[in-house]
Design a protein around this ligand. Structure first.
Ligand SMILES: C[S@@+](CC[C@H](N)C(=O)[O-])C[C@H]1O[C@@H](n2cnc3c(N)ncnc32)[C@H](O)[C@@H]1O
Length: 297
């Protein structure tokens, strides 16, 4: 799910930034919001003449569980949709592809659908990638595949990597790997909801990319990378990076270090913590928090 601001961002980049030298990747397409925004921006991009087969959308197109199935049923199966696709409620595991196709149908010729695990789709590096939208790095393995297979096709000094899961507490490896690659990417845009946008400034040496993708760093290295990511980020973007680190330390059983970072977090500004801080407390019940501050979140 992407926010309104993230939708505007994707539309804007496809309309104003994209110049037609490479493809646009929509990795983690779900029921089509990101594909729609990218393809509609492409449609309104005045400098593009050929819009066929530009947006590569990847997804399993399956409702992973009942919660998702209910959410999509409630949000999507309105009367308008029922005019086109049969009336039914979705079950866990059922296909979402029909809904994706319905939602993005207006731009069907621009979008190439790749159904299945992203892990089974290595990128063909004869095609360059101008915009790489990543809303699929839900595991170390998926993040590794994206780095290993897609990043080499990005254009130096030009291509953008849009990491939709960067500003969350659930994917610490995204923060750590991007920090590891800091000499090769610059931050192109400050935080937009959960998203950080990077520009590739120079090609990443294959061995370095392989190391980032494997994510076989020691615990100390991971912590150092995340602290360094926080230090080099604008102040308002730091709390969520600390949040990701705290949860990561907690999950590997290092409660002492997690508490240390929690105390540090309590000293930073809390105005960007809305949404994830209660979830952090829920996931890490043995940590003590500054209750007065937490109450204000
Ligand atoms: C947060 S959703 C994406 C939201 C979407 N970008 C939008 O605009 O609404 C993440 C998506 O990643 C997909 N996903 C998870 N694991 C995947 C995999 N191994 N291969 C392909 N897609 C996967 C899920 O099916 C899910 O639709």
């Amino acid at each position: 799910m992407i926010t309104k601001d993230e939708r505007i961002l994707l539309y804007y980049l496809a309309k104003e930034f994209y110049r037609g030298s490479g493809k646009i990747v929509d990795a983690g397409a779900f029921i089509g919001a990101s594909a729609y925004c990218l393809a509609s921006g492409l449609q309104d991009n005045p400098s593009i003449t050929n819009r066929t087969g530009i947006v590569y959308s990847y997804d399993l197109f399956r409702a992973p569980n009942k919660h998702f199935a209910d959410m999509v049923s409630d949000a999507m199966l309105t009367e308008v949709v029922h005019q086109r696709i049969p009336l039914y409620r979705l079950n866990a595991g059922c296909s979402l592809r029909e809904i994706f196709e319905f939602q993005t149908g207006e731009f069907a010729s621009s979008i190439i659908i790749h159904e299945g695990s992203l892990l089974d789709f290595p990128w063909d590096c004869r095609n360059s990638i101008e915009i790489l939208f990543a809303d699929v790095c839900k595991s170390v393995e998926l993040n590794g595949h994206l780095l290993r297979s897609f990043i080499p096709a990005m254009e130096r000094g030009r291509s953008l990597l849009i990491h939709q899961d960067f500003f969350t507490i659930w994917h610490p490896y995204i923060i750590a790997t991007m920090e590891y690659l800091r000499d090769y990417f610059e931050i192109a845009l400050g935080q937009v909801s959960c998203t950080r946008v990077y520009r590739l400034i120079k090609p990443v040496p294959p061995d370095l990319l392989a190391q980032a993708a494997a994510y076989e760093f020691s615990r100390e290295q991971k912590t150092e990378l995340m602290l360094s990511a926080a230090d080099s980020s604008p102040e308002p973007e730091r709390p969520v990076i600390f949040g990701a680190l705290i949860r990561d330390l907690y999950m590997v059983g290092d409660l002492y270090s997690a508490q240390e970072q929690m105390n540090r977090l309590a000293g930073s500004s809390f105005d960007r913590c809305v949404g994830w801080f209660p979830k952090l407390c829920h996931d890490c019940p043995e940590l003590s928090v500054d209750v007065e501050r937490a109450a204000r979140v």
